[in-house]
Design a binder for this molecule. Structure first.
Ligand SMILES: NC(=O)c1ccc[n+]([C@@H]2O[C@H](COP(=O)([O-])OP(=O)(O)OC[C@H]3O[C@@H](n4cnc5c(N)ncnc54)[C@H](OP(=O)(O)O)[C@@H]3O)[C@@H](O)[C@H]2O)c1
Length: 324
């Protein structure tokens, strides 16, 4: 029998619901990071639950749709064990094309019904708007989401990658439980006065750090852009290209050095750093591999020393924009 890995927990938003500090991002199991392997991903999902990695993150646009369908294959047997988060708002065509964003109230409802069906569940624990829609007042989108809460289809509401102002407006309509934003050693764009992390701390909103491993770069797994497979989306990401790639390797060298001196992995250093950021921060590293779910969960209990933090805090942010 697989042993649970004890993790510290943090609460979800203004509730007393406790979540493990390290959850699981499921996106790469279906798209963006090279070839998908469904049977291995299903084993990884079961393993995650076996060791107590119960907070799963997906979105309707991952695949598109295929990631939610993949999760349904485990949720069918183990729904009660999972804290299930999904997202709507990035609109994609059946052929995978990107068609913009929508926060229209009708679209909110239609998306939620679609996700419930694909996931094979009767409620979603945390439902995010994936990206703000500048053409729809945020109050209208949150109003539609709050009706889903009233109907028991959604447990809590989250937002992703919106401004601090939008977050505050949204919170005045219905309590926002979580904000999902990119946060890692090479991405600190949400920190600082007037920024989102400050608003989260003030409003009691949990900050869910996505891409905490710098989409894999911070683990030291890549030496050159061609280490990524031809169909890997990261090949189009500015941080993984040419001169930026080379500059970013210098940053990873420091992460690897801290890891070697401590006898842990670079991935664990990156995760341990992320969860020490100010505020109520949890994280959802993505992996398709069971042994890495274990490695990442163990990072939840690693306390970096003052000297280690000083070295890591002094690192520059990544060279290259977050998105192309
Ligand atoms: N809200 C948003 O806009 C947004 C955007 C992006 C992502 N997300 C969410 O955040 C989750 C995590 O972000 P992410 O997947 O983009 O990036 P990430 O967690 O920073 O990195 C994932 C990459 O790291 C590799 N990896 C994971 N653990 C490792 C370890 N211990 N050692 C070496 N390599 C390791 C994975 O490869 P293997 O699979 O080979 O292990 C994968 O290539 C996603 O799955 C998704 O749910 C949200």
């Amino acid at each position: 029998m697989t042993q649970k890995i004890e993790q510290p927990t943090r609460t979800l938003g203004q509730s007393s619901k406790a979540l493990p500090v390290v959850g699981l991002g499921c996106m790469g199991m279906s798209e963006f990071y090279g070839q998908a392997d469904e049977s291995r991903s299903i084993q990884t999902l079961h393993h995650a639950l076996d060791i107590g990695v119960t907070h799963w993150d997906t979105a309707d646009m991952y695949g598109p749709h295929r990631n939610e369908i993949l999760l349904s294959k485990v949720l069918g047997e183990r729904r009660q064990e999972v804290f299930l988060a999904t997202k709507f708002g990035i609109v994609r065509g059946d052929n995978g094309s990107f068609k913009g964003v929508s926060g229209h109230p009708d679209y909110v409802r239609q998306s939620c019904e679609g996700s419930l069906k694909r996931l094979g569940v009767d409620h979603i624990d945390l439902y995010y708007q994936h990206r703000p829609d500048p053409s729809v007042p945020i109050a209208d989108t949150i109003g539609a989401m709050s009706r889903l809460v009233e109907e028991g289809k959604v447990g809590a509401i989250g937002l992703s990658e919106c401004s601090a102002d939008t977050l505050r407006q949204a919170h005045s309509v219905h309590p926002i439980s979580a904000y999902q934003g990119e946060l890692s050693l090479w991405t600190r764009v949400h920190e600082g006065a007037g920024n989102v992390q400050e608003a989260c701390a003030e409003l009691g909103i949990t900050f869910v750090a996505y891409s905490p491993l710098g989409r894999g770069f911070l683990t030291g797994s890549f030496e050159k852009p061609s280490d990524l497979s031809e169909n890997d989306w990261r090949r189009t990401n500015p941080r993984f290209k040419d001169e930026n790639f080379r500059k970013n390797l210098a940053l990873v060298e420091v992460v690897k050095d801290v890891a070697t001196q401590r006898g842990i992995t670079a991935a664990q250093v990156a995760l341990a750093w992320t969860i020490t950021r100010p505020g109520n921060v949890i994280t959802i590293p993505g992996t398709t591999k069971a042994h890495r779910v274990t490695e990442n969960a163990k990072a939840a209990s690693i306390a970096l020393t003052a000297q280690e933090l000083e070295r890591l805090n002094a690192l520059p942010q990544a060279s290259g924009a977050r998105y192309g």
